[in-house]
Design a protein around this ligand. Structure first.
Ligand code: MLT
Length: 411
């Protein structure tokens, strides 16, 4: 008899985005004439920038030669990419990160799901609600929760409601928590943290010997240079925070796969005996055991993001998506929706009309406007009554989606 990991049975439904995909496929089969516009999962639509593809083609050619062939690379990533990250993402903003504090990976989704392995199995997770579902589901799978209650909350997890009243930026918890995910700019609400807000969190973490997992996957969408892009811009954060970054949305790598985690060597946790242990060393051990590195081709592509040409080309794409976000924000507001986000993030967070539930609005929007979005409830119970639209699509589709929403729901 082989027993299963019964923690999986605590999960309520399938993972959010495959569930949306399933519903859309059913609708498309039943309505083959419908021209569906997908603003659901935040998947990029612009092709890779020329600087990136050129670097990857060149890397492929190198790999096809005896002298340029690369087998297994360093699990943590090649120095050429790590140094580009250190220089452009950190030193340029006054933050010194050492080479061995960066771990290149194949995506922030995997990183945010895997990082929980370096915490005690009874460590208490704290999340905003609504939140990127991976943070919660991966900890439920690992046994860090009880069962789910009628409100959709797992026992043993600390939830911080992100509401209109607090600008979708909840304060640190007052109850005990050992590690907390913070996402800025936020997926799903699009809210962005200020320095003062992050200072509160760093103070909380240091006071409580807790760890912040700062998910900065959308930092490139921040339009105001005064806003922090890295938690390490906050004094003391290197003693209490891990940072996640991704090339997915910033450079169109959702299908290429490359991201990284930063774990300062000054960040430690404790054993039950009271000894201090470096989380960097634990993650390095985990990374080397379970991961064989991102391919050479992909890392050369990621390195090219930081060239002068790569930076200009990817910034142009980000500006294009952010113009989509502006059009959506204004178009939805003109149709009478209460809309948030979309100013420093590629996501619009809107209130569902007439008090309909977020899944009912999903069905309505699909049926009437043939537009796909993401129900707020899929991100947590406090997402009920809200709906997320992504700005990742062609201009033509975004304008068409706005026109259809205004026709079908305009007030
Ligand atoms: C989203 O739509 O929330 C993201 O695309 C999901 C992800 O990055 O995994």
């Amino acid at each position: 008899m082989t027993y299963i990991n019964e923690n999986f049975q605590k999960l309520q439904a399938g993972y959010l985005f495959p569930e949306i995909g399933r519903r859309v496929r059913v609708f498309a089969q039943e309505n083959p004439q419908a021209a569906i516009i997908r603003l659901g999962i935040g998947d990029v639509t612009e092709p890779l920038a020329p600087a990136i593809t050129r670097a990857m083609v060149q890397a492929a050619q190198e790999m096809g030669s005896r002298s340029g062939f690369h087998g297994y690379g360093p699990e943590q990533g090649y120095d050429f990419l790590i140094d580009a990250i250190r220089k452009h993402d950190y030193a340029a903003r006054g933050v010194e990160i050492e080479r061995d504090e960066i771990f290149v990976s194949d995506g922030s989704k995997c990183d945010s799901g895997n990082l929980q392995e370096i915490f005690a199995s009874d460590a208490i997770l704290c999340v905003a609600d609504p939140v990127y579902p991976v943070y919660v589901d991966s900890n439920v799978m690992a046994g860090r929760s009880g069962t789910i209650d009628a409100n959709g909350r797992y026992a043993g997890i600390v939830y911080l409601p992100a509401t209109e009243e607090n600008g979708f930026l909840p304060n640190p918890p007052t109850e005990k928590a050992d590690f907390a995910f913070l996402c800025s700019p936020s997926n799903p609400t699009g809210a962005v943290a200020t320095k003062a807000y992050l200072q509160k969190w760093v103070a909380w973490a240091r006071k409580n010997d807790a760890v912040i997992l700062f998910d900065a996957a959308y930092e490139a969408f921040i339009r105001n240079p005064e806003l922090p892009r890295s938690i390490y811009e906050i004094e003391g954060a290197k003693e209490c925070a891990i940072e996640l970054r991704s090339f997915s949305k910033r450079a169109g790598f959702t299908g290429v796969r490359c991201a990284f985690v930063v774990i300062p060597k000054t960040l430690t946790g404790k054993t039950k005996n009271g000894a201090r242990v470096s989380f960097n060393a634990l993650w390095n051990r985990r990374h080397c055991t379970k991961f064989n590195g991102v391919s050479y081709l992909v890392q050369r592509g990621a390195e090219a993001v930081y060239t002068q040409e790569g930076l200009a080309q990817t910034e142009e794409q980000i500006a294009f998506y952010m113009e989509n976000a502006r059009l959506l924000r204004e178009g939805l507001a003109a149709a009478g929706f209460r809309v948030f986000g979309g100013e420093h993030a590629p996501y619009l967070w809107m209130h569902t009309p007439y008090g309909v539930s977020s899944w009912d609005f999903f069905n309505d929007l699909l049926a009437k406007a043939h537009v796909v979005g993401t129900p707020g409830a899929g991100f947590g119970p406090s997402g009920e009554g809200y709906f997320r639209l992504s700005a990742f699509n062609s201009r033509e589709n975004v304008l068409e989606a706005i026109a259809r929403i205004q026709r079908s729901f305009g007030r």
